[in-house]
Design a protein around this ligand. Structure first.
Ligand SMILES: O=C(O)C(=O)C[C@H](O)[C@@H](O)CO
Length: 259
């Protein structure tokens, strides 16, 4: 038996467009509810949400077969990559990638020798269904999907070199951090940033990598797809919940205040 098929990676290779939901609520019960909502993929955010390895593992256990999981790590550290892959993640989003050298190191961290340096511990891991996938070591590399985040001026300057790295499947634009690095910390939707993001998506889409991004504005989301984005996060559980609850509380506080 071979390593589980990475449906998200296969979808990217076919050039299919997809929508996803960011997850920062750090709970498997809520993750399953999001997984069943109809998104092609969901992203467990370990960078800006308190998703530690145990929380990531518990959420991974409830997502399949409802949707494809992506895990974002705080940074692309090989020891963290090793742990989360053994827990069953197959698609990683790594933030703040600023050079082709960094991208190549991430490719190697996700693969077993001789292609890479991933430690051999799958017999203990959920990734091999706890050792029942007999051919896991021989087939796992092909199911690894690496998405690197370009979200600084340095990353933009290195984009052509990053796009040439074998083993990088996609490049994800981080609009908020890119805007901050370009002097628009409080105005990520500044005209300059709209132009930069559009051009960057087009550059990625013109390569053999898939382009991804996140946004919370319907108009911006439509433009991102028009500019070549292939996989797009169209919302986040925390944002959706917080905004909805604030609106509900305001509505009925206003009601009773007027009564
Ligand atoms: O820079 C960005 O924007 C991202 O990387 C996405 C954010 O971290 C995500 O939390 C949505 O705001």
């Amino acid at each position: 038996m071979a390593a589980p098929l990475n449906r998200f990676k296969a979808s990217l290779a076919k050039g299919e467009r997809s929508i996803g939901c960011w997850m920062g609520l750090c709970d498997p019960y809520l993750a399953e509810a999001t997984a069943r909502a109809g998104f092609d993929w969901v992203l467990i955010d370990g960078e800006h949400a308190p998703n530690d390895l145990a929380a990531i593992a518990r959420q991974l256990q409830v997502l399949d077969p409802h949707t494809s999981p992506i895990v974002r790590l705080p940074m692309g550290e090989p020891w963290l990559i090793k742990q989360v892959l053994d827990a069953g993640a197959q698609t990683l989003l790594i933030p703040m990638v600023n050079s082709a050298e960094e991208a190549r190191a991430l490719v190697r961290a996700m693969r077993y020798p001789p292609e890479g340096i991933r430690g051999m511990g799958y017999a203990l891991g959920r990734a091999s269904h706890f050792g029942t996938v007999e051919d896991y070591a021989a087939t796992a590399n092909d199911q690894m999907c690496l998405i690197v985040q370009v979200e600084t001026r340095a990353g933009l300057d290195a984009l052509d070199d990053i796009l040439a790295v074998e083993g990088v499947d996609a490049v994800f634009v981080g609009p908020a951090d890119l805007a901050a690095d370009m002097g628009h910390t409080t105005s990520p939707n500044a005209r300059e940033m709209q132009t930069v993001v559009a051009e960057t998506l087009r550059r990625i889409a013109a390569s053999d990598k898939a382009a991804g991004i996140i946004d919370f504005s319907d108009d911006a989301l439509a433009q991102h797809f028009d500019n070549g984005a292939q996989f797009v996060a169209v919302g986040a559980d925390v944002v959706f919940l917080a905004r909805g609850l604030r609106a509900l509380a305001t509505k009925w506080q206003d009601h009773i205040a007027g009564s």
